[in-house]
Design a protein around this ligand. Structure first.
Ligand code: 13P
Ligand code: SF4
Length: 303
């Protein structure tokens, strides 16, 4: 990638000079994922790793709620996001005031909030979850009924794996809600050997026709271990590009759905971020302590 080389070189040099670490989500583009990231992973891994980094500066290559989570866990460190407009349709689907209204409507029902939310929402929450631990988090609670918000489909998928009654919200991931069981069955009809590996933000009817469902890292591990001849990753399509080199024997079928928010992060913006120390992610101190508790409860949950 000759066009990227000067950026990669400059970012890696500046990163060392500044003593910064780059955390990148599995949906980042290959030149970020492979050439400048120090740590890659799914939301839970990135949150856990954020508690272990020594560096004083964290550059979060992902969406805003991920950077906010890193800041909550590292209040003394500088957390930068190369584009502060990198949002998330799930995060935007609910506010702290909405959660307060839900708690009034369902008094005493514990609230599990997906990490894909703002700190304001997390502050109203008993415990956070990600796609990789949602069932374990729900089952860790005493109550027979649990509010699992804001992702309706994740909540429906969790409901299938727990005995608890799950109440939810109407938030959806704009990338995963586009996949349908019908289109996946057409792929299967054309080639019955194809394996379908889906993210739990998809509708339950999509998971019903899938061979495996799990977090982004769960999906990667499945492909690396199982080595299907042909596989369809029902998720953001940078993932397949990121792991293709490690599994040259696997043929990825790509119905390409990109997350426009994740794609806001680019090498030039990462370089600017390190050069000018922008955009710094700050969390209102009035909500930070309560939001941090919800994230820490999740990170510390024994699984
Ligand atoms: P993971 O926690 O599985 O990485 O998912 C994050 C996300 O935003 C998926 O759309
Ligand atoms: Fe949010 Fe969906 Fe993008 Fe993930 S893929 S950041 S859930 S909009």
């Amino acid at each position: 990638w000759p066009v990227f080389a000067p950026y990669i070189h400059a970012i890696n040099r500046l990163k060392k000079e500044r003593g910064a670490v780059i955390l990148a989500h599995n949906y980042q583009t290959p030149e970020i994922f492979h050439c400048v990231a120090d740590i890659t992973g799914d939301s839970l891994q990135l949150a856990r790793d954020a508690t272990r980094v020594d560096a004083e500066i964290i550059v979060q290559c992902g969406v805003h709620f991920m950077a906010e989570t890193s800041k909550l866990l590292n209040p003394q460190k500088t957390v930068l996001i190369p584009d502060g407009l990198a949002g998330c349709s799930l995060s935007e689907s609910i506010t702290g005031a909405d959660v307060r209204a839900l708690k009034e409507r369902y008094p005493g029902v514990p609230v599990v909030t997906y990490v894909n939310t703002s700190a304001d929402v997390k502050a109203e929450t008993d415990i956070c979850c990600t796609s990789s631990n949602a069932v374990a988090v729900v089952d860790s609670l005493e109550s027979d009924t649990v509010l699992c918000i804001p992702d309706e489909y994740l909540a429906m998928n969790v409901a299938k794996k727990t005995n608890k009654k799950i109440l939810t919200w109407k938030g959806h991931c704009e990338v995963h809600e586009r996949f349908t069981a019908e289109e996946l069955l057409e792929y299967k009809a054309a080639d019955p050997s194809i394996e379908i590996v889906a993210h739990p933000e998809c509708h339950p009817s999509v998971l019903a026709v899938s061979d495996y469902a799990g977090s982004t890292s769960g999906m990667i591990d499945y492909v690396k271990t199982k080595r299907p001849g042909r596989v369809l990753l029902v998720t953001e399509c940078s993932m397949a590009s990121n792991i293709q080199a490690e599994v040259p024997d696997v043929n990825f079928v790509k119905p390409c759905n990109l997350c426009p928010h994740m794609k806001r992060i680019t090498l030039p913006k990462i370089l600017d971020s390190l050069l000018f120390m922008t955009e710094e992610v700050l969390v209102d101190p009035a909500i930070a302590d309560r939001a941090r508790l919800a994230v820490e409860r999740m990170v510390n949950l024994k699984q």
